[in-house]
Write a protein that binds this ligand. Structure first.
Ligand code: WQD
Length: 338
């Protein structure tokens, strides 16, 4: 079966392509390479022994999207990762975010609903919950006003899909709400490649460990948490990638109960920033240089998933511990810099 993976050269996309190919799917990657490197293709090929088809396309170009679906008229499903993802940048360039994240989504769905039957997996985010009232967060937690245009595009994206599913019984869709992905493939052939100064905690830690950054700034230690630092649910990217495959299979095999469903994808375990630092120190054997600074505007205090629905309905469960995920992130960092 042929599966289209948009943003398939990105961090989560590339790991998902590997898992799809391992399961025997034929993959077509679409990426505009605006935040990804074509070399990732070689990494995927080295792991799976199979080079995916690659189409360099900007999904904001409506005609190009239509032509893509005509060229690959036998596509059974789409996993849609392609999107801009920097929270800060989205505040400065909202138009870019609405065009990239909503415009492209609309064009892909427009092409997809013309098919007799189509399966669609959407890359959503725990960011849709904002600061949830209760932990762990279930899928029924209310959607809070988003802090940034990026967050709004994920909320809107879900609504766009839900609205289209109501009138398109041929379209089956699942939105996966990711918590905090980290780590790299155990082969160390693919991993996270942040452009410029990393905004996310884990790549900042590993870059500090390797000496590219002088020290980590811990954004606040006066939060109402056990050690005062923010709590998140860090999930190994390979576990996350596997969740996409099982979600897609649910749709392809007609196992879904509704034609639009939502699942949290996390480990269910919250870890504080200090715990993440300690994990790095354990797996690397290094002391991390860090200092406590002011809180970062827009940060929620804590967010970790209730994964009961994904565990029971999808039959999927995250396997890796924080230390295992950190070890892979650290091995990747060392490889990239060697
Ligand atoms: C984690 C924790 C920071 C950097 C991001 C996206 C969000 C979502 C999940 C994707 C926080 C602290 C960080 C640093 C620090 N999903 N931190 N020093 O904010 O949970 O959310 O991933 O779409 O949309 O924004 O992740 O890695 O930025 O931060 O102390 O230099 O680490 O305050 O508590 P976040 P993050």
């Amino acid at each position: 079966m042929k599966i289209l993976v948009t943003g398939g050269l990105g961090f989560i996309g590339s790991h998902t392509v590997v898992e799809l190919q391992n399961e025997g799917y034929q993959v077509v990657i679409v990426d505009d390479c605006s935040n990804a490197d074509e070399k990732v293709l070689a990494g995927i090929t080295a792991i799976t022994g199979k080079e995916p088809v690659f189409e360099k396309i900007d999904l904001r170009e409506k005609e190009a999207v239509g032509a893509l679906f005509e060229r690959h008229s036998d596509i059974a499903g789409v996993i849609h990762f392609a999107a801009s993802k920097a929270v800060g940048e989205s505040v400065e360039k909202p138009l870019l975010y609405y065009e990239n994240n909503i415009g492209s989504l609309v064009y892909v769905l427009k092409a997809l609903v013309k098919k007799e039957k189509a399966s669609f997996i959407f890359s959503s985010s725990c960011t849709v919950y904002g600061q949830a009232d209760a932990m762990p967060i279930t899928e029924n937690a209310p959607i809070k006003p988003a802090e940034s245009p990026y967050g709004k595009t994920k909320q809107m994206g879900e609504e766009v899909i839900s609205d289209i599913c109501k009138v398109s019984p041929n379209l089956q869709a699942i939105a996966l709400r990711y918590f905090n992905p980290m780590g790299a493939h155990p082969s160390v052939e693919i991993g996270e490649l942040p452009v410029g100064v990393p905004q996310n905690l884990v790549p900042f830690i590993t870059q500090t460990g390797i000496g590219i950054r002088e020290g980590l700034s811990v954004f606040g230690n006066d939060y109402p948490t056990e050690d005062g630092t923010c709590v998140r649910d860090y999930i190994h990217v390979v576990d996350l990638a596997k969740a996409h495959v099982v979600a897609l299979q649910r749709l392809l095999h007609g196992k879904n109960e509704k034609n639009y469903e939502v699942f949290n994808v996390g480990t269910g375990k919250g870890s504080s920033v200090m715990e993440v630092i300690r994990s790095f120190e354990r797996v690397s054997g290094k002391n991390l240089n860090y200092k406590i600074v002011d809180r970062r505007p827009g940060d929620v205090i804590e967010a970790f998933a209730d994964t009961t629905k994904a565990n029971e309905v999808l039959g999927w469960k995250a396997q890796s511990s924080l230390d295992e995920a950190m070890r892979s992130a650290w091995e990747w960092e060392q490889k990239v810099r060697s």
